[in-house]
Ligand binder design. Sequence first.
Ligand code: NDP
Length: 276
Amino acid sequence: MLTLHSTITLNNGVEIPRLGLGVYRAEPGPETTEAVLHALDAGYRHVDTAAAYRNEEAVGAAIRESDVPRNDVFVTTKLWNRDHGYDAARAAMDRSLERLGLERVDLYLIHWPVEGLRRDSWRALERILDEGKARAIGVSNYMARHLAELFDHADVLPAVNQIELSPYNYRSRRDTVDLCRDRGIGLEAYSPLTKTRKLDDPPLVAMAEKHGRTSAQVLIRWALQQEFVVIPKSTNPARIRENADAFDFALDSDDMAALEGLDEGLTTGWDPADAP
Ligand code: NDP
């Protein structure tokens, strides 16, 4: 049975908790620190930040303040676009570690497939893995063709690919999803709540009512049943708890098919399909 502490074993043996707290657009400072502390208190053991979110210090502060031991919390951060390149990426990792106040992260991701430099950056991440500054390395916003390019030169395959995934774009992204599944690359679903845009969509609301749940919980449950790692963002204590309460009900195959039918190619941020 899936629980809040269930993990997926990545292709290098590292275990990643199935549910994490996303902190994109959580304000640097107390807002982020409080959100992470609430999440740890609610049983989350996974936090997803990035250099670009400017809240790594606040995430690190929460981990130090919490009673939960550091090694029980899975921490992800990401390389931002202006820091691509072999030397620049290695220096950016060191700055992230310093801001987080950690000796290593659990997962370091290339945030975006920056044209021209992403190959050198991947080499830097391989070195970072080797040096033990990250327990696993991966990519984000890599579509099938970015992955195919990476397969040509990588010594280490990415442990994960973090992309936008919800029922509202799953079918449109099947080529990337299937490629990752075939190659043993874990999938992380970002913006799993569609940044709230679809929470009032009538078919989703109807399904939530049928299960006595909220739309957000149905979307999180859908992602869990797809075997994705899912990282909803909230800074609101009640919603942080609500989002973790998706482990004691199940969607049946009709529900899953109906949700898949909601695909409309939704992209709530930059569309990596446009990245050369
Ligand atoms: P989400 O789909 O997680 O939606 C977040 C929004 O939903 C916030 O406005 C939040 O508000 C609201 N919300 C949260 N829970 C509920 C609920 N139960 N009911 C109603 N509203 C709710 O969007 P994100 O884009 O933040 O994605 C999640 C995480 O994924 C990010 O925080 C980040 O870590 C990662 N990400 C990665 C990207 C990448 O390029 N790699 C890009 C985008 C996101 P409130 O806080 O007030 O609850």
